[in-house]
Design a protein around this ligand. Structure first.
Ligand SMILES: Nc1ncnc2c1ncn2[C@@H]1O[C@H](COP(=O)(O)OP(=O)(O)OP(=O)(O)O)[C@@H](O)[C@H]1O
Ligand SMILES: [Mg+2]
Length: 259
């Protein structure tokens, strides 16, 4: 099922063309990967999807209807949740507090309403366990979690609050090999649960195992868009590295070093 689609979208910041005629789809139960080097336009694309920026060319549709979100809240109301790299968590607050930030369950009513801590703690623990995340203590401050664990909590949170589309901006960028593996497992799990996932990364080795589709951006234009069956990991890596450019560099270096 097609959840999101962009067709020939473009975006300029003043005189800078950040994105030009880019198209892709996000389907339920699938992972669409957006790859590209610094300044390729990855964040610009996801900011359009997430309602942070408006596209100034092309079409953006959600469930087949053209949209122009005026705020991230509007996108969220349509089930499009975004986990930014800095995560926007409150490090000194407990895991469960962060999990429910802004949507705390309450008991009682009117002036007697109070935060239902017990329920919030249990729900957080269960939601994390459902994703296979075993935290020793949901009372510990989020700041004490590893980067990978924080990403996992953010993913579990989006799944729990009913996101249909999950957008992840470079969730593995700052992580070691093992932690990146853990995060990628939850990315795959979110897709298995039927969410459409958009995974931004500049690492083809992270994208390939979990991705169903790969959109390669370079200086704001699509270098290519491939279904997994149409591209191998070595080819994806080669394209990412700029293919021919890298070969020319290799050749050049060989000449410098001599035979
Ligand atoms: N708010 C802005 N105002 C002006 N130019 C911007 C703005 N945001 C991005 N750009 C420019 O648009 C282009 C694409 O930027 P974008 O942040 O989308 O790239 P990116 O692929 O996410 O890069 P990175 O890997 O460094 O995060 C860059 O040339 C950038 O300088
Ligand atoms: Mg970026």
């Amino acid at each position: 099922m097609n959840l999101l689609e962009v067709k020939d979208v473009g975006k300029t910041y003043g005189s800078v063309i950040a994105l030009r005629e880019v198209s892709t789809v996000v389907n339920a139960g699938e992972v669409t990967c957006v790859l590209g080097d610094n300044g390729a336009g990855k964040s610009t694309l996801i900011k359009i999807l997430a309602g942070v920026h408006r596209h100034d060319h092309g079409e953006y549709t959600v469930d087949g209807q053209p949209v122009r979100f005026t705020s991230p809240r509007e996108a969220l109301d349509r089930g499009i949740a975004t986990v930014y790299q800095d995560l926007a968590v409150v490090p000194l607050m407990s895991v469960w507090r962060n999990f429910f930030l802004g949507s705390e369950p309450t008991v009682g009513f009117g002036p007697f309403r109070a935060l239902d801590r017990k329920k919030a703690r249990e729900t957080t623990k269960r939601a994390l366990a459902d994703m296979g995340i075993d935290l020793r203590d949901v009372e510990q401050p989020v700041g004490t979690l590893s980067g990978g664990e924080r990403q996992c909590v953010a993913i579990a949170r989006a799944v729990y609050f009913g996101a249909k589309v999950l957008i992840l901006d470079e969730p593995t960028a700052a992580l070691g090999v093992k932690q990146a593996g853990v995060v990628l497992r939850y990315v795959a799990q979110a897709a298995d649960r039927g969410l459409g996932v958009v995974l931004i990364t500049h690492n083809p080795h992270h994208a390939y195992p979990v991705g169903d589709r790969f959109l390669l951006l370079k200086r704001g234009v699509a270098l290519g868009s491939y279904e997994k069956a149409d591209i191998t990991l070595p080819e994806l890596t080669r394209q990412m590295a700029g293919g021919a450019e890298l070969e020319a560099l290799e050749h050049e270096l060989r000449e410098v070093k001599g035979p």
